[in-house]
Design a protein around this ligand. Structure first.
Ligand code: PLP
Ligand code: ZN
Length: 366
């Protein structure tokens, strides 16, 4: 397998330890999946690896790493059935990041990585710590101050070292990247490493197999955009294969207190706008400088994707409304529903909408 640089186009062996190309560009996998064909799904495997024929996966190493991630239920929010929730917090570490961590850590194990670092607002760090524990890889996770203590406890429980860094989420990423440069640690990062996106693609493959169709609208939170990029790649794959005849309406959302991509779309820009992130309940999407921002904006332009913001003062209300339907999600996840309601106010009723319940409520009780 090879990486291709998104800036200069140079090819590099995907077993490389450096997190990006010599020119500074981020890597993408030089991989084109075969056309979607249900016959290529491994129905004997109950994890996202049942779709591995459509993903860049190295051999069979994943078998010792998987914890049955993916394959989350899709349920109606209420009797109306207009809104469908994909219950992603039912995954092993209680968040949707397990899809990406499973494929990334499988790759790391396949190429013999024994030590890695990662920065995260909490959920991706939880996932990478858990999967590294399973794969026997030493790991250190950098989280920004203010991260839910429950997430930090989980990280440490898996034997990883948690570094709590004062300042913003973006500063925390800078501190971690300095460790990559200085210590030569493998950067097990969900934004840089393209193997993470391979797992995130399964969000769409699962939905398509479960429902036999793709809902008309799909609400996706965008901080660094790992689910967004994975979902768009998978939908483009399904469309190019002729499995779906049109692209669904993707509703991307950001926090109204940290909205570089929302602002860029408003201005018709191709680069994330410069913003000063303010503290938000939606800590998981508080990314002021999304590293793949240009790639995300390119996808948004290609598919005419709208971005809405989650009103800060409606997040707790949304969380309570969801909890009263039996579903206990974290604050950042409640922002998905708050943003959807805001979208309906702006554009009218929007039935047949899929929303990810991407993080468990118990993680953000602090
Ligand atoms: C619960 C939750 N929702 C949404 C996101 C945003 O994901 P991304 O930064 O990949 O767009 C995160 C990221 O950690 C998260 O934890
Ligand atoms: Zn390059």
């Amino acid at each position: 397998m090879q990486y291709i640089c998104t800036r200069c186009g140079k090819l590099t062996d995907a077993a490389v330890r450096q997190p990006r190309c010599e020119c500074g560009g981020l890597f993408e996998l030089d991989f084109t999946p075969p056309a979607w064909d249900p016959a290529l799904i491994d129905r004997s495997e109950w994890s996202l690896f049942r779709y591995r024929r459509f993903m860049a996966v190295d051999g069979d190493v994943w078998r010792s790493v998987t914890m049955g991630e993916g394959m989350t239920p899709v349920i109606p929010f209420d009797e109306k059935g207009d809104v469908l929730f994909k219950m992603d917090y039912t995954m092993p570490t209680l968040s949707f990041k397990d899809r990406g961590a499973a494929t990334l850590v499988s790759h790391m194990k396949a190429i013999g990585v024994d030590y890695c670092v990662q920065d995260s607002s909490g959920n991706a760090g939880n996932s990478v710590a858990a999967y590294c524990a399973r794969a026997g890889i030493r790991c250190e996770i950098y989280v920004p101050e203010g991260t839910s203590p429950k997430k930090i406890t989980m990280i440490e429980a898996h034997g990883a070292k948690a570094h709590v860094i004062p300042g913003t989420r973006d500063h925390c990423a800078d501190v971690c990247r300095a460790q990559v440069r200085e210590k030569g640690a493998y950067y097990a990062n969900h934004v840089y490493n393209p193997y993470f996106y391979e797992g995130m693609k399964a969000y769409i493959y699962e939905t398509f197999e479960q429902l036999g169709r793709i809902p008309a609208n799909i609400v996706i939170p965008v901080g660094n955009g790992t689910l967004f990029i994975g979902a768009v790649k998978a939908l483009e794959h399904l469309q190019a294969s002729g499995a779906i005849d049109h692209f669904p309406n993707i509703i991307a959302l950001q926090s109204e207190l940290c909205d570089p991509l929302y602002q860029a779309r408003l201005a018709g820009g191709t680069k994330p706008a410069e913003v000063s992130p303010k503290p938000t309940l939606a800590e998981g999407i508080a990314i002021g400088v999304p590293m793949r921002g240009e790639e995300i904006l390119g996808m948004m332009a290609r598919h005419n994707i709208k971005v809405v913001t989650a009103p800060e003062d409606r997040i707790l209300e949304a969380r309570a409304a969801i909890a009263r339907r039996g579903i206990y999600c974290e604050h950042t996840t409640a922002a998905n529903y708050a943003a959807y309601l805001h979208y309906c106010e702006l554009y009218g009723p929007t039935p047949d909408t899929l929303i990810t319940m991407c993080g468990a409520g118990i993680k953000s009780d602090h």
